[in-house]
Design a protein. Structure first.
Length: 209
């Protein structure tokens, strides 16, 4: 069965990987399924390391704990658009609990932050998101429509080194027959880490205490 690249998460493409490997991108090879399989696998591995998703995606009805602060950090960023934000400690999220962008909150898109807006005054300060378990529900679009080049490069580098390492052990030809070709040394590779760490999440999604 032909392996396909999962474009909802892939950090590189078969064409880009072949270019990196200095293989004719227009030529179908016996290893194309292997390449696609590794793209899917190591896109997941990188996303786990970054602790965030990269590819632009719609996130529907994500529930957040109230922070008790003016800032609500969404799980995924950069934000492309916000469809709806509900604030309801009772968690019914009816029409009356729907907030209005630029009136009740403002969106800081690059950082992925919803900043509470209503009631700000020089003396009282900014209104805070209320404390409460899963009291805020957000639907939004976030991520990158085009994969940042450092992440694409890092993914290509890791896969290239996977193939080099696996070829020495004879696993390349077996990897699609139930064997796992893995490469963990990238976690100690300063060149790869430099590319990845600029995108690593520093979020603390802990809500309130």
């Amino acid at each position: 069965m032909t392996v396909t690249v999962d474009t909802t998460k892939a950090l590189t493409s078969l064409v880009a990987l072949k270019r990196w490997l200095e293989i004719d991108e227009n030529k179908v090879t016996a290893k194309d399924d292997l390449y696609r399989d590794l793209i899917n696998k190591y896109s997941d591995v990188i996303a786990d390391y970054l602790e965030r998703k990269i590819v632009q995606t719609t996130y529907t009805n994500e529930d957040y704990n109230g922070t008790g602060t003016p800032s609500l950090f969404l799980n995924n960023y950069p934000i492309i658009s916000v469809t709806s934000v509900y604030e309801d400690s009772g968690r019914d999220f009816g029409a009356g609990t729907l907030l209005t962008e630029d009136t009740d909150y403002i969106v800081e898109k690059p950082e992925g932050v919803l900043r509470k807006q209503t009631g700000y005054s020089l003396y009282a300060g900014a209104t805070k998101w209320p404390k409460g378990i899963k009291a805020i529900r957000v639907t939004y679009v976030a991520g990158y429509a085009t994969i940042p080049s450092p992440l694409e490069q890092a993914c290509n580098m890791i896969i290239s080194r996977v193939l080099t390492s696996a070829s020495k052990t004879g696993l390349v030809s077996q990897s699609l027959d139930g064997h796992s070709v893995s490469y963990r040394a990238w976690r100690k590779d300063p060149e790869i880490l430099e590319l990845l760490n600029a995108y690593k999440s520093t979020r603390y999604i802990g809500g309130w205490e």
